[in-house]
Write a protein that binds this ligand. Structure first.
Ligand code: ARG
Length: 588
């Protein structure tokens, strides 16, 4: 369906033309004075200079031609030259009824679906998943769902950090603790055990210990670096340990992401890019894209228009080792070859922006990625504690994701128990669902780029701009609909009626923005716009609910109209939270 703004703009364009003005000026925006009007056009002001006329005269001319408008009940020219507009109630009701019968609620999905890869999550294997990875997972999952909603073909890839120094550290520490294991016997030729010599709990203890030791003990560090090098060069025993680490960690990661309702289509990692590196480097050298600089192999990526110097993208160190950038370039080789995507969206901490700028430029310059493929970096800010510093546990340690989720769920469980008596099992399940909304909405309602304060009390509140408030609103609608049905009335053949009062119309005006909001959110990769929208929508609904007798309404047609509006409001809210990656419980 066409967006309501476009429908108004079409009529307005015709009016501008009929009055002898260029239709370019017929731009419609939401009113910034909702007390006066619903939509406005500022084109008369913009055209004043070109036509050497007072804006109000242009506005008057245009408004005269809007008398027979299909969609507008009112169009007024207001000094200095605004055109203020209100929609016809009947037109709004008709629009909503069309939305109701459309499976996509009026959203026009892409005519030419793109193939999109979303690179998010980015967990580092064998290191505990911490809150820093939370944002990547939450925002990335939302972007992936949004792209799907728009009709694109999307692949979400976790791009594990699974090929680095942490692996060498673990191998070194394990060797020291259990030197008798076959992985460490150079003359071992049999089959390595199927079972890993450690559990996830042990791995989580080994890594920080080894990492701490390497910082103090130079020999130990060298050994870990050597182990990393051997692993990367195909040492059989180390490769077998690596397989164990992967198996154990990935199973644990899956569990964690599952609890966040985050699901990846691809579980690839840095290790998968390694086979592409030798050829890629040969080609870059042969074509003259890469050159030696102080012993390292680099690609120059500076451009004349740069206001500050952009250092070259380093792809091989003097000792032959590859780097983060090398892996990302090689991953692009693999992605172009396997999926030939039209767009790749990367999620990572915004402090990685230089890295991505270098990689993107290197990929373009060397033809690894053609012009037609859009590369986008969506950098996000830090999640801070109330003290304004990166979020930590109470005793100052790095907060583990699992614990953070547990803390929120516990808080939610308490609140639910305060509200009413529910059986403990249901309370637990509901606390999980609502807790997830608290975490995700708390994050997504902020512009991704900005740092934000993770405030447990505020995020779990049932009031204000929070996930639980949105869910509470949906649950409220569900409850009304259940009661309506319990009265023996069916939710079939219901039609939205032209609004009976201002509150109802205000709610309708929010509902019909849905397609516009989703489209804009995708264009700008801005999930916070969906949050802002559902907050407004929930507020509009609650105002309507408080001022209207719905179940007690005696006029049957009127009541059916209300119920139809409720059904639609619920569908819109649910479609939005589904994009954000959470759902509503039946009761709370
Ligand atoms: N593993 C990285 C980290 O923890 C994030 C990976 C982001 N994606 C990428 N293709 N570089 O910082």
């Amino acid at each position: 369906m066409k967006k309501i703004m476009d429908l108004i703009a079409e009529e307005l364009a015709a009016a501008f033309e009929a009055a002898g003005y260029d239709k370019e000026y017929a731009k419609v925006t939401l009113s910034n004075r909702p007390d006066l009007c619903e939509y406005q056009c500022n084109g008369a002001m913009a055209g004043a200079k070109a036509y050497r006329k007072a804006p109000i005269m242009i506005a008057d001319d245009v408004v005269k031609r809007l008398k027979d408008s299909q969609c507008l009940e009112e169009a007024n020219a207001v000094k200095p030259g605004f055109i203020n507009m209100k929609l016809k109630k009947e037109y709004v009701a008709e629009y909503l009824n069309c939305m109701s019968t459309d499976g996509e609620l009026g959203l026009e999905t892409a005519k030419k679906p793109k193939s999109v890869v979303v690179d998010y999550g980015g967990a580092n294997v064998a290191k505990p998943l911490h809150v820093g990875h939370l944002r990547s997972a939450i925002i990335g999952e939302g972007i992936k769902r949004l792209a799907k909603k728009m009709g694109h073909r999307v692949l979400g890839d976790i791009h594990l950090g699974d090929w680095g120094y942490q692996m060498g550290l673990i191998i070194t520490e394990l060797k020291e603790r259990k030197p008798e294991l076959p992985y460490f016997q150079e003359d071992f030729h049999g089959e390595y055990p199927k079972e890993a010599p450690f559990t996830i709990g042990m791995l989580e203890e080994i890594y920080p210990k080894a990492s701490g030791r390497a910082k103090e003990d130079e020999d130990y560090r060298k050994e870990a670096l050597e182990a990393t090098r051997l692993l990367q060069n195909g040492h059989k025993g180390y490769r077998a340990i690596w397989n164990h680490i992967m198996e154990v960690s990935v199973a644990d990661l899956k569990k964690n992401y599952e609890s966040l309702n985050v699901h990846f289509d691809l579980w690839k990692g840095e290790s998968d890019a390694q086979v592409y590196i030798p050829d890629m480097i040969e080609r870059l050298k042969a074509k003259g894209y890469a050159h030696m600089d102080e012993g390292a192999l680099v690609i120059d990526v500076g451009q004349e228009s740069d206001t500050k110097e952009i250092p070259p993208c380093m792809i091989q160190k003097s000792d032959g080792a590859s780097l983060y950038g090398t892996t990302d370039l090689a991953t692009l080789v693999q992605r172009m070859q396997d999926y030939d995507p039209d767009q790749i969206i990367y999620l990572a901490d915004k402090r990685q922006d230089l890295h991505f700028l270098q990689v993107f430029r290197a990929a373009r310059k060397t033809g690894i990625v053609p012009e037609k493929t859009q590369l986008e970096f969506l950098g996000f800010g830090t999640m801070n504690g109330k003290d304004g510093k990166p979020f930590k546990t109470r005793d100052g340690g790095v907060m583990r994701l699992e614990n953070l989720i547990a803390e929120i769920v516990e808080e939610m469980r308490k609140k639910i128990a305060e509200n009413r008596t529910v059986d403990p099992e249901e309370a637990e399940e509901t606390a999980r669902i609502v807790g997830l909304s608290a975490i995700k909405y708390g994050d997504l309602s902020n512009q991704a780029f900005k740092d934000y304060v993770f405030d447990v009390d505020r995020f779990t509140s049932f009031e204000g701009n929070t996930g639980p408030y949105i869910l509470y609103t949906i649950v409220r609608i569900k409850s009304i609909l259940n009661k309506y049905q319990a009265d023996g009335k069916a939710l079939l053949k219901l039609k939205v009626e032209p609004a009976h009062d201002e509150n109802e119309k205000a709610l309708m005006l929010e509902v019909l923005k849905y397609n516009n909001v989703i489209e804009t959110a995708f264009e700008e990769l801005a999930l916070h716009k969906i949050c802002a929208y559902i907050y407004d929508l929930a507020n509009a609904f609650n105002r309507f609910y408080h001022e209207t007798k719905i179940l007690a309404e005696e006029d049957e047609t009127k009541q059916k109209g209300y119920i139809a509006l409720l059904v639609l409001t619920k569908r819109v809210l649910e479609a939005c939270i589904d994009v954000l990656g959470f759902a509503a419980p039946e009761r709370m």
